[in-house]
Design a protein around this ligand. Structure first.
Ligand code: PMH
Length: 373
């Protein structure tokens, strides 16, 4: 039984309406025949796979994409009928489960298919999406020869059927299009040599779906980061066709407030020393929650005012410089809005020199995700 009572006030609030609205905006923007594949890998980018999947399906997604077989199992246990695609590599040992539970797998290796041929008596053929490496250099077949060899062995193997073909772009979110165009050309060229076009051709991640030519929507788009209301890059923000609603807020409360006298210090290493008398608050969130020490100095919101995190962030707690003497229990917003002020996951990403994708993924499972319907 899931623990639904949380005593610590630190919570990630996930706005499922925002997720639905982002998908619906995409739906209105895409050509009518194009399907939406909701990318819910990595626990839906840290937002919670099952709840996000339910919202995505309700908003019109017809397939869910995950990275690993284990993620697919979790989704299937909650959703009996939705199509699920595993984007990453799958061990042979997963194939019987994929066959009995209708999980679609990415395929990119002849050797893998040969090994799979040894598995007899599958409940039904496993649907495969051929992955082409057009320039990401990650997984995927790299040449026409490899593609045709793979296609031939799959189509002559009773255990499998070809349902789709796809690739992934390395630079779709950038203004410069040279490398992107090369990837597109390679994909289109390889595609035309296939004896038959698979049911589902898909190449577009969020950036491609939102800012590239509509012909690159093909049969489906894989909608990840902007489903969560976040931009793939600042450049995409400049040319975005519709507004996005961020889905995640992170909140806690003051659990201790004290007056610090000039000369007194705060935290491990005593790295902050008060120049003047001031009020500091302790909040129950630390690096074990994903609030890594590099976030020291980041502002949080208290009573609509920006208050910086001071000193080193501890495992379970950190301290903030308060604008005034507030009471224990005062709401503290780490990500989200208060009275017209806002702190975003992009602010965190800038502070720790990473991308917004990474930030919700590193908010650990100790922080409960609370769903606002
Ligand atoms: N398709 C594949 C194969 C992906 O790896 C990803 C994101 C997406 C679609 C969705 O992209 P979007 O969130 O930009 O829409 N994958 C990753 C990754 O591996 N690291 O960062 C994002």
């Amino acid at each position: 039984m899931e623990n639904l009572t949380y005593y610590r006030p630190t919570k990630a609030l996930i706005d499922l309406q925002a997720i639905k609205a982002n998908i619906q905006s995409l739906r209105n923007y895409l050509q009518p025949h194009v399907d939406i594949i909701a990318v819910v890998k990595a626990n839906a980018y840290g937002h919670g796979d099952i709840q996000v999947a339910a919202a995505a399906i309700e908003a019109g997604a017809v397939m869910l994409a995950v990275a690993t077989p284990d993620e697919a199992v979790r989704i299937r246990q909650h959703f009996a009928h939705i199509d699920i695609l595993v984007l990453g590599a799958t061990p042979i040992s997963f194939i019987p489960y994929a066959a009995s539970e209708n999980i679609t797998l990415a395929v990119f290796s002849v050797q893998w298919v040969e090994q799979a041929q040894q598995i007899k008596s599958l409940q039904s053929p496993v649907k495969l999406h051929i992955k082409i490496d057009t320039g990401m250099g990650r997984i995927g077949v790299n040449s026409l020869e490899e593609l045709l060899q793979l296609y031939e062995i799959i189509t002559s193997t009773a255990q499998f059927s070809v349902d789709g073909i796809f690739t992934h772009f390395a630079t779709a979110d950038e203004e410069e299009t040279l490398y992107f165009d090369k990837q597109v050309d390679k994909f289109k060229e390889l595609l035309q040599y296939l004896p038959e076009k698979p049911r589902l051709v898909h190449v577009a991640n969020t950036a491609t779906a939102l800012i590239k030519h509509s012909s690159l929507q093909f049969d489906a788009v894989r909608f990840g980061i902007s489903m969560y209301g976040l931009l793939p890059s600042s450049y995409v923000g400049e040319v975005l066709p519709f507004p996005l609603r961020p889905a995640l807020a992170l909140e806690t409360e003051l659990v201790h407030v004290k007056k610090l006298h000039a000369g007194q210090s705060v935290g491990y290493g005593a790295t902050f020393t008060a120049a003047d008398d001031c009020y500091i608050g302790t909040i129950p969130i630390g690096y074990a929650d994903g609030m890594i020490r590099k976030l020291s100095g980041q502002d949080v919101l208290v009573d609509g005012k920006r208050s910086p995190i001071i000193g080193r962030i501890c495992m379970d707690q950190c301290m903030i410089l308060l604008p005034a003497a507030y009471n224990v229990g005062e709401r503290v917003t780490l990500v989200g809005k208060q009275q017209g002020e806002e702190i975003t996951l992009d602010d965190w990403a800038t502070k720790v020199e990473t991308i917004n994708y990474e930030v919700p993924c590193i908010i650990t499972s100790r922080v409960p995700r609370i769903y606002i319907k």
